[in-house]
Design a protein around this ligand. Sequence first.
Ligand code: SF4
Length: 390
Amino acid sequence: MPSPVIKKLSEFGEGFKHHHENYEAYSISRIRETGGVWDFGDLVFYFPEHFGFCYGVDKAIDMVFETCERFEGRRIFLTDQLIHNPYINGKLRERGVSYLKRDSHNLLVCDELKSTDVVVVSAFGTDFRDILSLKEKGVTIVDSTCGAIINVWKRVEGYAKKGFITVMHGKRNHEETRATLSQAVKEGGSYLAIENKAEALELAAVIRGEMAEKVFLAKYPGSAPEGFSFDAATCKMGMANQTTMLKGESLEIQDLLRKAFITRFGEPATLERFKSFDTICGATQDRQDALMNLLEKPLDLILIVGGFNSSNTSHLAELAYGHRPFYHIEGAGDILSKQEIQSRNPQDGHIEVKRSWFPSDAKHIGITSGASTPDVTLVEIIQKLRELKG
Ligand code: SF4
């Protein structure tokens, strides 16, 4: 029997419902509606215009908790973390949801699955080969892949069908990047994944014929499928990016690769050989722009709240870097005392304990959260800061 596949909350059928009780906080919803300031007198919290859950995360959470209710008594698995947030992942573990293992090629190990099992595909999507394996097993698939990511897949599929190599600006080990790049392979195409501007500069040198293709591929293992080779003198490339990257960096990378093509082949030929498209999602962009506006206020301290492995939150932290004291924390548990805080350094990704972090005269505090951070986490942090302030 073919696997039933559920792709929308409404496809659960009559009586489906939202599950906002798992993350919403009335006080923070009010802040959104009333202008972004929560004034306690001795402490004033300033919020940006956009923060917290995006529509993709909202949908994924509704779908997984609805799955828990509808399929109670059946084994429920996730392909990966549903979203990069410890609070929500902890809640799912409490409900008995577990993770499928992955093999050395990052593909799901499905041997032990039975047709009565239910597998939820995370908001990042998954490799197309995983979906084939799940269908072979006949499990029920609840696919919560975000629509913004599926739009990027369509572009990548289009590149592959037209013989373009997909060049993706994204974190190679991120679930979304892997899922997106697999769409190129599905259509018989290939890809190169670059993480930052430094790598893009080297790829530009390859395009100009100043660096050998195989030197680039050897330097960045995992940037292309095994055994892949290409000839910059004849290839065509199409750009995409992970939806949560910094837009400025993605545009800069597109520009420098386009210029490399123009240098080598001239403008008319570049139109045929190089395509680009900004695939940053609107929700990510809104949160980055809103934070930039917040940073213009005279604040004593800034807190960026979200999973340490959350891509969009780490980019918010990069934007805040250098603007007054700021800390990227996952939740109230990272505030160890008035003297110590555990936070992630956006420059090297290290989690470290910082001392003397809370200025004794701090009053005006900017606070924002990534697209996978529930509002209840902000309330817990605010309560903790008020306790510290006494
Ligand atoms: S950040 Fe954007 S792409 Fe990612 S889940 Fe949210 S809406 Fe979708």
